[in-house]
Every structure is written in C-alpha cells, then in structure tokens.
Design a protein. Structure first.
Length: 218
C-alpha cells in the first residue's frame, strides 16, 4: 500500500487536480488515487469525506491532510527535495513561486471562458463574444511564458529549464490553449507543445479520455 493518497476530481475537467498530480509524479513517489467525479449530486459529500475545505485535490499522507495546490507543492518540495520542484537558484525560485501564485489566484476570465475539457475535440470557441478580460489573460500568460523562457529556461524546454512545479501550475492552461486552438506567439506555442508532450501529461490526458463522466461546458 502506498504511503500517499491523492484525492482528485475527474481528469478531463479538474485543472486543480492536474497540478497536484503532476507534482506528485515529478516526485517519483508511489501514490494511490481516489477520483471523485465533479458536478454530480454526491460530489461535495464525497469530497468532504477527505477534505475539510470541500475541494480537490487533497494529499493524505503521514497522518496529514494537505489541501490547496500551493500547499501541496510546498509540502512535496520539503518531503522530496531531490525532485527539484522549485529552481535551485534563489532568484529563479522566487520568480517560479511568484508566477505559480499568480496562476493560482488569477486569470478568472480564462477559467470562465475556456474551461479545461480534455474530452472536447480541439477547435476554436466559435460563437463566443469578444472579451477584453480574456484577451488580457492570454496576453499576460504569454508574457510570463516568454519572459521565463528567455531569462531562466536555457537548460531545457520548460519555464525554468527542467520541468517543475511552475510548469505543473500552468499545465491546465496549456490544455486550454490546445483545446480551444488559441493563437500564440512562437515561444509560447513551443512551450505549450512541450508541456502537452511531457510524459506524465500524456498519461493524464490518456486517462481523461477513457473516463465515463461527461460535463457539458458552454
């Protein structure tokens, strides 16, 4: 039996769960999964069996309940320092934590207009009215990606070179940009493709496509 249990929403739609799952995979630790389908009458009751906050993801480990993706990332970083979840350089590490926190707290228009949906065939969001807030979110994310790649990303294909916690936090955005065929600059598009091709990411997407549960997004 694994020492860690990760409580998740279903993989096709739970962007928050994806972040924690990628962090756990990066730590190369064995863990069990409890997957709770979202948007069902029993969803909240089932989540509250594991999470006092009533939200996923949750890590159950060592007698602890750790919820919220930022807290999970920090706990995993302390528990598995060799995984390199945050950059070793203090300047890069501060930048990585800053952009992860910005993603965690912001980009409401992106979440609202382009929900993560790994069952949706890739295509533009036809019929959607222009939205300045969504455009601003997409512009800001491209600024983050291109800025980090230019300043910190020389050692690999990811924001700080090697795949880390900051990439896990932006992984759901990469799926959104791919799903809705969002036009990106060259650097941002290459980074999106690198995230989508990360082995753990491919495993998550494959599992999402086999799930029986479907949520109708607008």
């Amino acid at each position: 039996m694994a020492d860690f249990t990760l409580v998740l929403g279903n993989k096709a739609y739970s962007s928050w769960s994806l972040r924690a799952w990628l962090v756990a995979r990066q730590c190369a630790m064995p863990f069990e999964e409890i997957v709770i389908p979202l948007d069902r009458p029993e969803t909240r009751t089932e989540i509250q069996r594991h999470s006092p906050a009533g939200k996923v993801p949750v890590v159950l480990a060592e007698g602890l309940t750790v919820w919220d993706t930022l807290a999970i990332a920090e706990y995993m970083n302390e528990r598995f320092p060799a995984a390199g979840l945050w950059p070793a350089d203090p300047v890069a590490r501060a930048a990585a934590r800053s952009i992860a926190a910005e993603m965690h707290a912001g980009f409401a228009a992106l979440r609202r207009h382009l929900p993560m949906d790994l069952k949706r065939p890739p295509a533009p969001q036809h019929g959607a009215a222009p939205d300045d807030d969504l455009d601003a979110d997409i512009k800001r994310i491209q600024e983050i990606w291109t800025g980090c790649r230019a300043r910190f990303g020389q050692g690999g294909d990811y924001l700080f070179g090697d795949f880390g916690a900051a990439d896990a936090f932006f992984a759901p955005v990469a799926t959104r940009f791919a799903t809705y065929d969002v036009a990106l600059n060259e650097v941002a598009a290459a980074y999106r493709d690198a995230v989508m091709s990360w082995p753990a990411m491919r495993d998550w997407i494959a599992a999402a496509k086999t799930e029986p549960w479907v949520i109708s997004n607008p």
